[in-house]
Design a binder for this molecule. Structure first.
Ligand code: UD1
Ligand code: MG
Length: 450
């Protein structure tokens, strides 16, 4: 049977003090809700439903960008977690199989934990993810009867004995989807918060003679984000883990603590990453590539043997083939550089194709934007672009062609041609020295020295 995901993401996140819906705050370069979606993906869900509320339109856009098959439903009033789950019912009508409820603001649930929950469904009708809390605070408490979960009591409703329990509810639940919606429909709101608690489904299931059980995970996985400080702490935790994973997979990090990763960063074995490198979303670096210090990469691919930086910027659509060189203060956007192509210093390559082995000189700019539209630049294999060439797109420089330094190239250059597009130099013997003499004399008069 297939499995469905229900991600609760309607909360306002008032304590973030932000105009951005809480679940859209980035962690590891990806919206918080994207982390829940990613963890859930390990279960290969047939259907993914996100329950949005505050900032629903923005959340919908972001969720669909992360997963265009997801269904975003709206919970217009936040009446509680059970009410939120009920909003997903229509979207899962007739789907069958199990449903897993995740929170959009809880980014660290691991794929392994979700797998263990799925496996535990063989013994239990309702599986709840629990953890032993260091400080149980305001979490819901799991009230056990042997290895059976009897009920969950919310902190607000708990008596002193129940509050002394340290086994807490993470919020993640797995059950047959049909059963889940049936149970949720029976939840009332006669409690301290006046909310429809999802946690009440456990007592309702037990009352029906169904079995509820608990799967345990480390507390670190259940960390939820409510404040900027928690988001910052979560970012630090995320980076620590990402660095450790990179080292484990055989990446050399010269100063791990200074390298920042995104949720989806992929770096091959024996790649070398120097200090102070930032990987934004969507980066793959092949085995044996080198990313030198202070480089910033997002949405790009770096192939084996390529060297990037120091101080390079690769923006979305930068595709570097094997042995490409992108040096200091070079920005590359939406540009494919074929094998062995080089842009070693101070250049902007945008909306371009640089052919195999071509050399782009210092100060070269693809003038890709006319103020309204973007245009393409084609640089042929083995071309030599002289320093400070302005390539006014759309324009093509042929294979093996050469542009003179300081040229403004607005017409296509045929294969093998030399193109010069600059004013001819004029040299006046002795005039430099005479000019300086005159200027100094004028300055002395102005200062009253004569
Ligand atoms: C919930 C659990 C509690 C558990 C804790 C773990 C309930 C009643 N309580 O409490 O047992 O220990 O999580 O963090 O479930 N949401 C909606 N719509 C709503 C209400 C909430 O989408 O109407 C979403 C929130 O955006 C959030 C999640 O559900 O992502 C949890 O809601 P929250 O209000 O944080 O529940 P807690 O009080 O923390
Ligand atoms: Mg909470």
């Amino acid at each position: 049977m297939g499995i469905s995901l229900i991600v609760l993401a309607a909360g306002q996140g008032t304590r973030m003090n932000s105009d951005l819906p809480k679940v859209l705050h980035p962690l590891g370069g990806v919206a918080l809700v994207g982390h829940a979606l990613q963890a859930g993906r390990a279960l290969e869900p047939g259907r993914v439903v996100v329950v949005a509320g505050h900032g629903a339109a923005e959340v919908r856009r972001a969720v669909l960008a992360l997963d265009d098959m997801a269904i975003v439903v709206e919970q217009s009033e936040q009446l509680g977690t059970a009410h939120a789950v009920a909003q997903a019912r229509a979207a899962l009508d007739g789907v069958g199989g199990d449903a897993v409820v995740l929170y959009g603001d809880t980014p660290f649930i691991s794929a392994d934990t979700l797998e263990r929950m799925r496996a535990a469904r063989a013994q239990h009708d309702v599986v709840v993810l629990g953890f032993e809390a260091n400080d149980p605070g305001r979490y819901g408490r799991l009230i056990m009867d042997g290895d059976r979960l009897e009920r969950i009591v919310e902190f607000k409703d708990a008596d002193a004995t129940e509050r002394a329990v340290t086994l807490c509810n993470s919020g993640v639940v797995c059950a047959d989807a049909g059963l889940l919606f049936d149970l949720v429909a029976g939840v009332g709101c006669d409690n301290a918060a006046g909310e429809y608690y999802l946690t009440d489904i456990v007592a309702l299931a037990t009352a029906r003679g169904l079995r509820a059980g608990v799967v345990l995970c480390p507390e670190s996985e259940t960390l939820g984000i409510n404040t900027r400080a928690e988001l910052a702490a979560a970012e630090a935790a995320f980076q620590t883990r990402a660095r450790a994973e990179a080292l484990d997979t055989g990446v050399t990090l010269l100063a791990p603590d200074t390298v920042h990763f995104a949720l989806d960063t992929v770096i091959g074995r024996d790649a070398l990453v120097e200090p102070n490198v930032v990987f934004g979303p969507g980066v793959t670096v092949e085995s044996g590539a080198t990313i030198r210090a202070f480089s910033h990469l997002e949405g790009c691919h770096v192939s084996r043997g390529a060297v990037v930086g120091p101080f390079a910027r690769l923006r979305p659509g930068a595709e570097l083939a094997e042995d490409v060189r992108v040096g200091n203060f070079v920005e590359v956007k939406n540009t494919v550089m074929d094998e062995g192509a080089k842009a070693n210093h101070l250049a902007y390559l945008g909306d371009a194709h640089v052919g195999q082995g071509a050399n782009v000189g210092a100060g070269t700019i693809t003038c890709n934007y006319d103020g309204v539209s973007k245009h393409r630049t084609e640089i042929g294999a083995g071309a030599f672009i002289g320093s400070d060439t302005m390539l006014v797109a759309p324009v093509r420089v042929g294979a093996g062609a050469v542009t003179g330094s300081g040229s403004v190239i607005s017409d296509d250059v045929p294969d093998g041609a030399l193109a010069l597009g600059r004013a001819r130099q004029v040299t006046k013997p002795g005039l430099g020295a005479r000019l300086m003499q005159r200027l100094r004399a004028a300055s002395d008069i102005a200062k009253g020295k004569h």
